[in-house]
Design a protein around this ligand. Structure first.
Ligand code: 5GP
Ligand code: ZN
Length: 112
């Protein structure tokens, strides 16, 4: 498996862990776009949100709830943004489903 995030999940490529459990691994983005920029990835390889299916229903909810927990732990009471870039037009560059948790500054809308 040549997937970058699978290698990070397996510890074959170093990363800065933020949170982890049986189903997911969360780590600091190497190129942060905000004071807090955490990537939340399922341990299971799912290429993108478009590749998720009904079997992944609980996992998808778990990823979102973990994002909210990490946001609380990071004191993002003023707010934050969860982003799931999907596919070419969505700007997805790593083909392993991941949530971006961005916070710690006022974020603009719409995104580019
Ligand atoms: P995407 O563009 O697919 O939505 O997001 C991929 C994210 O992965 C980018 O924000 C990028 O900075 C991050 N990233 C890419 N390679 C690495 C890496 O080797 N380590 C870490 N921690 N983040 C990475
Ligand atoms: Zn993967």
């Amino acid at each position: 498996m040549s997937c970058l995030f699978c290698k990070i999940v397996e510890g074959k490529i170093p990363s800065t862990a933020v949170y982890q459990d049986e189903f997911l691994y969360a780590f600091a983005d190497v190129n942060p776009q905000a004071p807090v920029h955490v990537l939340i990835v399922p341990r299971e390889h799912i290429a993108s949100l478009s590749d998720a299916n009904e079997k992944n229903r609980e996992l998808l909810g778990h990823l979102l709830l973990a994002a909210a927990k990490i946001a609380r732990d990071k004191d993002l009471a003023k707010g934050y943004r969860i982003v799931v870039n999907t596919g070419e037009d969505g700007g997805q560059s790593v083909e392993h489903l991941h949530l971006h948790l961005l916070g710690g500054r006022q974020l603009s809308w719409p995104p580019g």
